[in-house]
Design a protein around this ligand. Structure first.
Ligand code: SAM
Length: 306
């Protein structure tokens, strides 16, 4: 594959391989294939943001050609390869976000520290797992790593609404008597995000395996990018990153090894074509069969990781 500039899209350099290039819009291009094949075709230092939500190696069904049951060392070796590529394609000051279980992100964070990436945050995304795990604390968050390649080139700190009781509408905290001094635009966003809803509605969820909340991606892009920036996501899934990039006028490059039809349908503005049971983010990657019959096995796998 040759590396080439794409028309008038300054700073956006994309491979031309026609077989891989599955879909495009004014702002982005989707490649169907293995990110370990396609990422190396992207130029060094071309992306402002990379967001990655890989399989968690929990034995989930992502379709043919994708094993989600690797040994611990094989999974970590695989992660090291694509993470290194993500670092390479980032511009100096660009932001890298990696969403995974805490047990994996501990290792990935260590890898990033060794590769001269600058740690910014371990963001805890509050989630509810369905099942408690024997002998462990109840796992209640996914980890979103936020690193930059040196000093951040862009950072915006969003404000969030002052939390109120959903029954009486009054403030939940008293702010030590300084309520009147709070910024009316809201509170500074912290590194614990408890307001990200799971995607579990039959009318909006695109596929049986997991799909992240639009709100999560909106927040990530708000923090780390400006309109016109380039966002790369090597694990497309249902295309949440690309959908949000379109909404927020960011360029994007997407890669997905499995079924890309849900992404294309979504980007064309077509409705979801399936009606999964209430799995939500807590059911990340769970097929209905696994969620129904094998929930205990999944809990055991999580126990090994957490
Ligand atoms: C956890 S999902 C991503 C979900 C996505 N963030 C969303 O909101 O819909 C991970 C995706 O990575 C894809 N995948 C797994 N291995 C891959 C690889 N080597 N290259 C590209 N995509 C891969 C899987 O098919 C799956 O759709």
């Amino acid at each position: 594959m040759r590396k080439t500039e794409l028309g008038s899209r300054k700073n956006v350099s994309l491979p031309r391989n026609r077989a891989d290039r599955a879909f495009s819009t004014e702002l982005g291009v989707l490649y169907k294939g293995d990110c370990l094949t396609i990422l190396p075709e992207l130029h060094d230092a071309s992306a402002d943001v990379v967001f990655a939500d890989p399989p968690f190696n929990l034995g989930k069904d992502y379709g043919q050609r994708i094993s989600d049951s690797l040994t611990r060392s094989a999974y970590l070796k695989w992660c090291a390869k694509w993470v290194a590529e993500c670092v390479r394609v980032l511009k100096p000051g660009g932001a890298l976000f990696i969403y995974n279980l805490p047990a994996w992100n501990v290792e990935i964070a260590h890898f990033l520290n060794q590769h001269e990436m600058q740690f910014r945050h371990w963001i805890a995304i509050d989630i509810k797992f369905g099942l408690p795990i024997q002998g462990r604390l109840y796992p209640s968050h996914y980890s979103l790593l936020y690193f930059t390649k040196g000093k951040p080139r862009f950072f915006h700190r969003p404000r969030v609404p002052i939390p109120v009781c959903r029954h009486c509408g009054k403030d939940i905290k008293d702010y030590g008597g300084h309520r009147s001094k709070l910024n009316p635009a809201g509170l500074n966003l912290s590194d614990v995000w408890a307001d990200i809803p799971p995607v579990r509605h039959r009318t909006t969820k695109r596929r049986t395996s997991n799909e992240l909340s639009v709100k999560l991606l909106q927040r990530v892009l708000e923090i780390s990018s400006m309109p016109g920036d380039l966002v790369i996501d090597p694990f497309g899934g249902s295309g949440t990153t690309y959908y949000v990039a379109e909404q927020m006028h960011r360029h994007w490059v997407g890669i997905e090894l499995g079924d890309i039809r849900p992404i294309i349908r979504r980007l064309k503005g077509e409705g979801a074509d399936l009606a999964p049971k209430n799995l939500g983010d807590a059911g990340k990657g769970l097929s209905e069969r696994i969620a129904g019959k094998d929930a205990k096995r999944t809990a055991r796998q999580l126990a090994l990781l957490n």
